[in-house]
Design a protein around this ligand. Structure first.
Ligand code: BGC
Length: 373
């Protein structure tokens, strides 16, 4: 068992619910058939679920995967829901939460922008009797009733192991490693770093690798990641491996490497297995990514939310320790998977990206080579 995780299982299925057909609404807000959802107040029995996603630029996942899968699950269950994206704006995040509560949300699910504003939102929700779920990112000190995510230390460990594998394949000799960490305000970034530093530290300590520049990227912002890496490479031109905490950061690094014709020579890691990340792997510019089956995460979270909206008290499969409050938060944590050139096909087979969007133009041949059907 890893630190802070008392028990967990990869099983996403928590409870089974009678599914009511609905699915007539194309928008982000939907009301269940026949439910007393119009007035908000007094609609307690029907329940209404509010979801706030963090942004669109730190990763494509939030809009292309999380929103889609959550919407599908809510529609299938016939519950009223409202999914909004704060677009990186912390004030807006709180405004959206206030509006959702005013409009009768009985369950609020958030992927916070930082723990401070996340906690303010959770506190407000709890004070109004609204059930709370931390989605993907734990709000430190927030005291959400549930947390649904992946084993994020494991995500980081896969990245660290991935970088080691790619450097070994390249027979790199005492490579200098640069680290581009995620946002310092995202607890996940801390966990990812714990995971990959756990692997890399052994290499630094043994003298196999040399520790180079190590910096966090504010808000996971790819533009800032490019600037940061450009400086890193200027100061340390012999960087020979890059631990980038997600695909968007990795792509920013690859863009800089391309200018020096170093792409493909310097292995770069990632996370999220989006189209661009996978294409960078197919092109040989990115060494690996971490696939997190977002559908499973969205399904687990929406099952909890739906049960809460119905006034039930669903059970979680495990718990995590909130390092700020010291409390155990009931949690569902899923297993991540490392993806290299040879198993990009797994992500396609899982339906996370389609062959059509991945295998465009020059990538068609690479897709064939990688056995993508
Ligand atoms: C998520 C990653 C994502 C990153 C940037 C993290 O909290 O777990 O999947 O790439 O945020 O949005």
């Amino acid at each position: 068992m890893r630190k802070g995780i008392l028990s967990l299982t990869a099983a996403a299925a928590l409870l089974t619910f009678g599914l009511a057909a609905c699915g007539d609404d194309g928008g982000t807000t939907a009301a269940p058939d026949g439910a007393a959802s119009s007035a908000g107040a007094g609609a307690k029995a029907a329940g209404k679920i509010g979801v706030i996603l963090p942004d669109s630029k730190s990763s494509p996942r939030w809009e292309t995967a999380d929103r889609k899968y959550l919407e599908e699950a809510f529609k299938a269950a016939g519950v009223a829901y409202d999914i909004q994206n704060a677009q990186g704006d912390k004030t807006q995040f709180q405004t959206i939460a206030d509006q959702m509560i005013t409009n009768g949300a009985t369950v609020l699910m958030i992927a916070n922008l930082d723990s401070g504003t996340g906690k303010a939102v959770l506190d407000k929700a709890k004070s109004q009797g609204v059930a709370t779920i931390d989605y993907d990112r734990l709000t430190l000190g927030g005291g959400a009733a549930y947390y649904v995510s992946f084993d994020n230390v494991k995500v980081g460990a896969l990245q660290g192991e991935g970088l080691v594998k790619c450097l070994t394949d390249k027979k790199a000799d005492k490579p200098i490693i640069a680290e581009l960490n995620g946002s310092p305000t995202d607890n996940n970034a801390t966990l990812f770093k714990e995971g990959y530093d756990g692997v890399l530290k052994q290499k630094y300590d043994s003298g196999d690798y040399k520790k180079g520049p190590d910096q966090s990227v504010p808000d996971w912002d790819p533009a800032q990641a490019g600037t940061i890496f450009e400086q890193m490479l200027t100061e340390e031109p012999k960087i020979a491996g890059v631990l980038a905490a997600n695909d968007n950061l990795g792509n920013a690094v690859i863009t800089v490497l391309k200018k020096q014709k170093l792409n493909g020579k310097v292995p770069v890691t990632g996370q999220d297995a989006g189209v661009q990340g996978l294409q960078n792997i197919l092109a040989g510019d990115q060494c690996m990514t971490v696939y997190k089956a977002t559908k499973k995460e969205a399904d687990a979270a929406s099952q909890l939310a739906i049960a809460l909206a119905k006034g039930e008290k669903p059970a979680a499969t495990g718990s995590v320790k909130d390092t700020e409050s010291g409390q155990d938060v009931p949690a569902v944590l899923l297993e991540p998977q490392a993806i290299y050139f040879d198993n990009v096909k797994d992500v396609v087979a899982d339906g996370y990206v389609t062959k059509d969007e991945l295998c465009t133009g020059d990538f068609a041949d690479k897709c064939t080579e990688a056995g993508i059907q």
